[in-house]
Design a protein around this ligand. Structure first.
Ligand code: UDP
Ligand code: MG
Length: 313
């Protein structure tokens, strides 16, 4: 029954979500069996250290629509999502979070929208319930910053809750980059895209698995992957300081000729400018370092992820 191509695959990265699994399973099972003849659910266990894998295995035992891929360690949400997209066999493929912030009941709504003739439908967050002010504020600033820096149209306030056609997924799977920012890569692909609005629910159980460090990494991948503007900052500062230095030189020449009595050399102004310019140079080197780091990651050509076990043939 579950061989061949189901009309829809659901891809769910999952990391230490044991308390969410029973409800998640219930809600997925209910909505999917009511709306689809056949379907496939692919969980990607991203190196969980709790009982997530055991729970997933027991679900897969009793329900053949459910499959799992288990990583050898924690590779991060974007990589887990990537593995799911690589392995999904469905004609349409939907990705969502496993903490029930993305309501499974929206799956048929998104599927129907896709079938109106789109290649991707993403779910845009109208409201984000139960998330900290810090998270919402930084996310809002980041999405707008990225939009103004990049030359492709990355939709605002969306995560990785989306459904796409097989055509779009095949195009995505041909992308070979390792510094993942999947929502940007999707926008880069183009195709006919639309969105639905939804209220993002609070997490069902547990704490966010996106630590500040992981959020910063994602943000840097987004910016370095889709904008070269930061690299141009160095040239901008360089030009600005050359101009200031030139004007300063004119002033010194003027003083030397017309008002030599005013030409008292103070070390404070020298120190300030030396330190300031030094700081700017370090900043620019840091930015270049960030891009070089990304280049190193790409040229190493390591596998994207390591699968420890799976029940997908
Ligand atoms: N996740 C993952 N690997 C990670 C971090 C998170 O697979 O290293 C999963 C997590 O289990 C959830 C989804 O990615 O299904 C989104 O994570 P989370 O809900 O913690 O992020 P938030 O909603 O707070 O941004
Ligand atoms: Mg969440």
């Amino acid at each position: 029954m579950n061989t061949g191509k189901p009309p829809i695959s659901i891809v769910l990265p999952i990391y230490n979500e044991e308390k969410n699994i029973p409800v998640l399973y219930e809600r997925l099972h209910k909505v999917l069996s009511a709306n689809f003849q056949d379907y496939e659910v692919v969980f990607i266990n991203d190196g969980s250290s709790d009982n997530t894998l055991t729970f997933l295995k027991s679900i897969c035992e009793k329900d053949k629509h459910f499959k799992y891929i288990s990583f050898s360690r924690n590779f991060g949400h974007q990589t887990a999502l990537l593995a799911g997209l690589h392995h999904a066999k469905g004609d349409a493929v939907l990705s969502m979070d496993s903490d029930l912030q993305d309501p499974p009941e929206l799956i048929p709504v998104m599927y129907n929208k896709l079938k109106e003739g789109y290649d991707m439908v993403y779910a845009k967050r109208a409201e984000r319930k139960g998330e900290t002010f810090f998270k919402k504020f930084t996310a809002k600033i980041f999405y707008r910053l990225l939009k103004s820096l990049s030359n492709i149209d990355i939709p605002l306030d969306t995560g990785d809750f989306r459904i796409m056609s097989r055509k779009m997924l095949n195009a995505f799977n041909s992308m070979k980059e390792r510094n993942l920012y999947i929502r940007g890569q999707m926008a880069w692909l183009g195709f006919r895209t639309t969105y639905i609005l939804y209220d993002r629910d609070p997490r069902y159980s547990g704490e966010t698995k996106y630590t500040l460090k992981k959020m910063i990494k994602l943000a840097i991948n987004g910016i370095t992957g889709f904008s070269s503007f930061p690299l141009q900052i160095a040239s901008f500062f360089g030009m600005m300081f050359s101009m200031v230095a030139f004007l300063f030189m004119l002033k010194i020449i003027y003083s030397k000729i017309f008002e030599p009595e005013n030409l008292v050399s103070g070390w404070a102004s020298i120190m300030v400018s030396v330190m300031f310019i030094g700081g700017v140079q370090l900043l620019c080197i840091g930015i270049i370092g960030e891009y070089i780091n990304k280049i190193i990651n790409e040229v190493k050509e390591r596998p994207f992820y390591i699968i420890d076990e799976t029940n997908i043939q």
